[in-house]
Write a protein that binds this ligand. Structure first.
Ligand SMILES: Nc1ncnc2c1ncn2[C@@H]1O[C@H](COP(=O)(O)OP(=O)(O)OP(=O)(O)O)[C@@H](O)[C@H]1O
Ligand SMILES: [Mg+2]
Length: 255
């Protein structure tokens, strides 16, 4: 289908958790790229609880920007029993500046993966960090800004949403993902105040989120629980948004 990038403005609304949750439920083979320049692999330390070693990852790609295609295949690791592969993030925030020249060639490679039947989900971390993967956000088919709905959360995300709306970042298509709708504000209010469509709404489901975030034991009825169901709905909405935009682009290109 496409390259989907996830990011936030502030307050850890659940970008890393959602990126993994979407990947594990994704209906096609998918590559999850841990591109958060903060450092540390949320996946290795969290979901895998440190049981899986850091073998290679983003930093190895950054060291060979002339050969991103081959190295991308080498550093991608499979999550057993799934069609999810991932590229582990950097080990340290100190490596962030080394990533600067990687993002553009990596954006090109990720876009080309689609022809091999693989979609891409990018955990881009917070906006505005040193080493932030701006070209990945700009080249994604859909860039999703995650937020909770409290006033402090909306106040923090508002100026970023305004810039995105003005086209400052060059995002192809942007949407909001609301985490914990009606706590206290609803999707319609959030969309109105941020002047951006709400693409999806994820349940506030701490027990299920802890499975993706830190490898906690599965709660009862995890597969049909609130988070899993809302992730499934989000996948359908993401698919629809990407297809709609591609249809519009195609129409625009027709004589
Ligand atoms: N849908 C959800 N419902 C309830 N809790 C959630 C949900 N998604 C994430 N969380 C919890 O929120 C916390 C932060 O999650 P996560 O690390 O994914 O956020 P983040 O946006 O990636 O943060 P950071 O900006 O620090 O990287 C974790 O405790 C996680 O379990
Ligand atoms: Mg994160």
């Amino acid at each position: 289908m496409a390259v989907i990038a996830l990011t936030s403005a502030a307050g850890s609304p659940g970008v890393t958790t959602t990126a993994l949750g979407l990947s594990l439920l994704w209906p096609r083979p998918v590559l999850l790229v841990e591109a958060d320049p903060t450092g540390g692999s949320g996946l290795l330390a969290g979901y895998f609880r440190g049981t899986r070693e850091y073998v290679a990852g983003l930093i190895d790609l950054a060291l060979t920007t002339s050969n991103v295609h081959d190295v991308l295949a080498e550093v991608s690791q499979r999550i057993d029993g799934t069609e999810v592969s991932f590229v582990a993030g950097t080990r340290s925030h100190a490596q962030a500046s080394a990533l600067r020249d990687l993002w553009q060639p990596l954006a090109v490679e990720l876009a080309e993966l689609e022809s091999t039947g693989q979609d891409v989900i990018v955990d881009a971390g917070r906006l505005g960090l040193v080493g932030s993967p701006e070209p990945l956000l700009a080249n994604a088919d859909l860039t999703l800004l995650l937020t909770r709905t409290s006033l402090p959360a909306l106040s923090a995300v508002r100026s970023w949403a305004e810039s995105a709306h003005r086209g400052t970042f060059g995002w192809q298509q942007a949407g909001i993902v609301v985490v914990g709708e009606r706590q206290p504000y609803g999707a319609r209010e959030v969309s109105g105040v941020l002047n951006m469509p709400v693409t999806a709404s994820l349940a506030d489901d701490p027990e299920s989120a802890a499975v993706f975030h830190r490898g906690s034991p599965l709660p009862k009825r995890f597969d049909t629980g609130p988070l899993a169901r809302s992730l499934q709905a989000a996948i359908a909405a993401i698919h629809a948004a990407v297809s709609r935009r591609r249809g519009e682009l195609l129409e625009g290109a027709l004589p």
